[in-house]
Write a protein that binds this ligand. Structure first.
Ligand SMILES: *Cc1c(COP(=O)(O)O)cnc(C)c1O
Length: 306
């Protein structure tokens, strides 16, 4: 299932003599966005092998991962339970509306309890009433998720020098680094403020998956735009202009920030002439629905988001 690579044309690329292509992982699966499908794919197989009945996971109220697990459960015949951080707010935002419409049962954890979610005793309590649960961590990053994300690279047919990808938990980034097996340069763009913590997390996943570390990757931590799920007018303008130029809709939480960063680095001569850059469109367009509501945006239009 190779995803299309869309080469961009832009005066800056001509001027700096670099090529930039967007890997359209957002088109990978009809209902589950890009990297969430990569991360779930082998986990769903494993859940089936274990005869699990219920997928259980954790996330914030706007989480792409929660939405993806709910969809996957409905599509692949699992019940789903989502432990949501914080209090229930009604009416549901579009993410949680979608989740419940897929049959996900929502349970709420206070911020204090949410922090305890991986404590064995507490977790046992959370799972006690759920028959044959299969647990997926917050954001969906585990070894099978990393394995799924290696295929983003191993399926690539075209030559490349640099791969750029947005990072939340860093699982997708780790998979890409592992899949590249030391080749090229991989740059992760944390969507969270203080993204340096990902240095250790990604190294952990690399060690766990590949049994080694790699030196050909780095984080660019300066493109969080105020923090996770925060935006600035400059970012939203960039996303709109990007759509008008390239007919590729980016999301406001991850891929918009990453591609803003890629263009900024190109502008600043970060890449030598001749460099072939691939930016991974990890998907995440469901993130717009909540933002449009919150910020009363009239753009992007519904037909772009459907
Ligand atoms: C979840 C998500 C990410 C982050 O993936 P990690 O593996 O947690 O780093 C990036 N882009 C999009 C669109 C996402 O939904």
């Amino acid at each position: 299932m190779a995803t299309p690579l869309q080469y961009l044309s832009h005066p800056l690329l001509t001027q700096k003599q670099v090529t930039l292509a967007v890997l359209r992982e957002d088109l990978l699966h009809p209902t589950i966005p890009g990297n969430k499908w990569r991360k779930l794919h082998y986990n769903l197989q494993e859940a089936r092998t274990q005869h699990a009945e219920t997928l259980v996971t954790f996330g914030g109220a706007f989480s792409n991962h929660i939405a993806a697990v709910a969809t996957a459960g409905q599509e692949f015949g699992f019940n789903t339970v989502g432990y949501i951080r914080g209090e229930e707010t009604v009416p549901f935002n579009p993410t949680l509306q979608h989740a419940t419409s897929c049959g996900m049962q929502l349970r709420y954890l206070s911020r204090e309890d949410y922090r305890l979610k991986y404590e064995p005793a507490f977790q046992e309590q959370l799972l006690a009433s759920i028959p044959n649960p299969y647990l997926l961590p917050e954001g969906g990053t585990n070894l099978l998720a990393v394995k799924g994300c290696t295929e983003i690279v191993t399926e690539l047919q075209e030559p490349w020098d640099v791969i750029c990808v947005a990072a939340g938990t860093g699982g997708t980034l780790a998979g890409i680094i592992a899949g590249a097996q030391g080749k090229g340069q991989i740059i992760g763009f944390p969507a969270l403020k203080g993204g340096d913590f990902l240095q250790a997390d990604v190294a952990h996943w690399l060690q766990a998956y590949s049994g080694r570390g790699y030196g050909n990757w780095e984080l660019q931590t300066g493109y969080h735009f105020g923090g996770y799920a925060k935006q600035t007018p400059e970012l939203l303008d960039f996303i709109e202009a990007f759509y008008r130029q390239h007919q590729v809709l980016l999301d406001p939480v991850y891929t918009g920030k990453m591609l803003f960063g890629v263009f900024d680095l190109i502008e600043k001569d970060y890449f030598a002439g001749g460099t072939k850059i691939i930016a991974v469109h990890t998907g995440g367009l469901q993130g717009w629905t909540g933002f449009k509501e919150r910020y009363r945006l009239s753009w992007p239009t519904e037909d772009l988001l459907s």
